[in-house]
Design a protein around this ligand. Structure first.
Ligand code: KG4
Ligand code: ZN
Length: 344
């Protein structure tokens, strides 16, 4: 069995994990920074980078301790090398390089999105390639066909906001604070999803792309009108997101070629309403449905360690001079979505 040290620092979670190639999770540690960012209502890159500097090394030591291992027992060091907030990514990658060099171990530069994309295979040993992946996080909303490690075909992306971003902005509009997604979901449970008429952007359009900016503006108008209860806005917003995700996935399933499983990953996959709608969609199409456990959906180092293990098994290691990348698409060949704004 190979043992991989995984390191994550691309946004506001510092994390370290030790993962076995047999899918054993020998240790995983995580330090969130919510308190540091809360006064600003969102992640402040400079604060995030400084916090990673402070906590990453102690976290790695704690993870090694938890597993009863030393760096000598580790076969490779894997760290997120992008995409993400570049200051934080550099902290994690430089830490990984230093450890790899000091211990004479190979370095594996992991794409954070590949970490999310392969995380369902850590949770479920029976999940084989190819599968259809809905990747929904704070920064990304994509449908990908996963044909193998490093083999991704992007079928759809968002032309403006990511789904998680829409949840976070809705939370801000409703005064729920940060982080928004879980709070909107909790409030939505007590509301009426039919109470507020909200748009379903791009519903029925020919390509399976997403758009959430218009929905966000409609939420703002509904809130400002004073005509609706916050819980009804939250429930109606969440229902609109579900409708968009399902409609766009229907299109992608029709266009993407056969895949035996529908898989969801990324922080928004923690949402219960979205998970059950996806499960029903998969059942309608005779596809299996796989979602990682909640702790593995949001950012963590176990998924980075696991992506490292998958790459290590294929002999895919990286030179120590590899650079951190703020942008790093999983499918570099994918064209920009028509009508897309500045976001990749
Ligand atoms: O994958 P992740 O931890 O970080 C990124 O790489 O973006 O995803 C974080 C996103 C945030 O936008 C957060 O609001 C959203 O996932 N999220 C949720 C839920 N839990 C987290 N969105 C909806 N419902 C949830 N329960
Ligand atoms: Zn993420």
């Amino acid at each position: 069995m190979a043992i991989i040290l995984g390191i994550e620092s691309s946004c506001d979670e510092s994390a370290a994990a030790l993962i076995g190639s047999d899918r054993s999770i020998l240790a995983h540690r995580l330090a969130g920074q919510e308190d540091a960012h809360r006064p600003y209502g969102g992640v402040v890159p400079e604060i995030a980078a400084r916090a990673h500097v402070q906590v990453l090394t102690p976290l790695i030591e704690a993870a090694l301790n938890d597993a009863g291992l030393t760096l000598d027992d580790v076969d490779a060091v894997a760290a997120t090398a992008g995409p993400g907030l570049i200051g934080g990514v550099m902290v994690g990658l430089v830490t990984a390089k230093a450890l790899a060099m000091a211990a004479g171990k190979p370095l594996i530069a992991v794409n954070h999105l590949e970490g999310h994309a392969l995380s369902p295979r850590l949770a479920d040993s029976s999940l084989e390639f190819p599968y259809l992946l809905l990747l929904v996080s704070g920064g990304h909303c994509q449908i990908l066909r996963v044909d193998g490690v490093g083999q991704y075909r992007r079928l759809a992306t968002t032309i403006d906001d990511a789904a998680g971003e829409a949840f976070d902005k809705t939370a801000k509009i409703l005064g729920l604070g940060y982080p928004g997604g879980p709070r909107v979901e909790a409030l939505a449970k007590t509301g009426d999803a039919r109470a507020v008429p909200l748009p379903r952007p791009l519903l029925g359009s020919a390509e399976p792309h997403f758009s959430f900016a218009g929905l966000k503006s409609a939420v703002l108008r509904a809130a400002q009108s004073g005509n609706y209860r916050p819980e009804d806005i939250a429930a109606s917003f969440q229902a609109a997101v579900v409708d968009c995700l399902i409609d766009r996935l229907e299109k992608a399933i029709a266009q993407g070629g056969p895949a035996s499983h529908l898989v969801v990953a990324g922080g928004v996959a923690a949402n219960g309403a979205i998970r059950s709608a996806l499960e029903a969609l998969a059942a309608r199409h005779d596809m299996g449905f796989v979602a990682p456990p909640l702790w593995l959906c949001t950012d963590n180092a176990a998924m980075i360690g696991w992506a490292g293990a998958e790459r290590f098994a294929l002999g895919l290691t990286d030179p120590l001079d590899i650079a951190a990348r703020p942008r790093w698409p999983l499918d570099p060949a994918a064209e920009a979505a028509r009508g897309a704004g500045v976001k990749a």
